[in-house]
Design a protein around this ligand. Sequence first.
Ligand SMILES: NC(=O)c1ccc[n+]([C@@H]2O[C@H](COP(=O)([O-])OP(=O)(O)OC[C@H]3O[C@@H](n4cnc5c(N)ncnc54)[C@H](OP(=O)(O)O)[C@@H]3O)[C@@H](O)[C@H]2O)c1
Length: 342
Amino acid sequence: MINAGIVGGTGYTGVELLRILVQHPKVKLKVITSRQEAGTGVDELFSSLRGQIALKFSDPAKVDFSKCDVVFFATPNGIAMQQAKALLDSGIKVIDLAADFRIKDVAEWEKWYGMTHAAPELVAEAVYGLPEVNREKIRDARLIANPGCYPTAVQLGFIPLIEAGAVDADHLIADTKSGVSGAGRKAEIHTLYAEASDNFKSYAVPGHRHLPEIRQGLSERSNGPIGLTFVPHLTPMIRGIHATLYARLTRDVDLQTLYENRYANEPFVDVLPAGSHPETRSVRGSNFCRIAVHRPGNGDTAVILSVTDNLVKGAAGQAVQNMNIMYGLPETTGIRHVPLLP
Ligand SMILES: NC(=O)c1ccc[n+]([C@@H]2O[C@H](COP(=O)([O-])OP(=O)(O)OC[C@H]3O[C@@H](n4cnc5c(N)ncnc54)[C@H](OP(=O)(O)O)[C@@H]3O)[C@@H](O)[C@H]2O)c1
């Protein structure tokens, strides 16, 4: 069994990790932290977990991870970087769902995240946990930088075109929409019911923190810099990411065959039949990314539609997929949930 700990067990990605890990046949949860709920039973706070877990939340300042093989950080940015070194030095693997280790250029990370990096020496070692790209490196990793929710949907959507060198990589466009759980469980005005429901808006158009992460990932696939216009939107859904991606084709290519071939062996990337329009509800609660490809009017613009559940393939599910790979388990162990419909 893999003994696991979670720092930040009361947030949306934390409770999603709990939902997945209590059903995982090879994992035993040892420690779950919360500063605000220390001492509260996990299933007292989350009635969805009644009968599934006997642990209480622990204060992260007093917690002992020595019985853990792996610790997940489902915390705000800037927390994992303070604790990762001590855990790694004790032989404990770390999977960070936040952004602390995602950007290889530390100065660039500090600019976007507005803080000084506490463990810059670990950034080079950290493996970016997108299995469809880095599976081999993930196998041997001690420290995983789990991708962001938008970056997962956008990169999986663009990767086949970029790798094939079939598009103008200087002028990519990602028009993306997220459900409100993407903002986390903390109280904020813009996520209040009366603000976020029955409304639709863009945000962070001049620059969103996921832009440098997506640019880094796609540049690696194209072996050169890429140009991306990234426009996120907040939609009145609870879960879900829908990315509508546009790229100008520079040569004739059979998009359907290109995507089907690229993802033929990927258990969690589903290329839909030609002409499809994926819906966020077709992945809700699951680790799938469903993709459809279009070429309107047979012109030179490729339109790629990519949907994920931001809390699963966009966060906790992908984190568990990475853990499975790190421990040599079948990659789908414990994350084969069928999406919830309706
Ligand atoms: N929501 C998504 O769709 C999504 C997707 C991909 C990645 N992520 C990333 O995953 C991370 C967690 O996101 P979330 O949406 O689950 O956030 P959240 O709902 O706001 O939860 C944050 C958790 O971290 C704990 N925490 C806060 N400050 C802490 C500190 N200083 N030390 C230890 N624990 C602390 C909180 O509990 P206490 O305050 O009680 O300690 C809470 O359990 C973020 O970095 C986010 O960017 C989120």
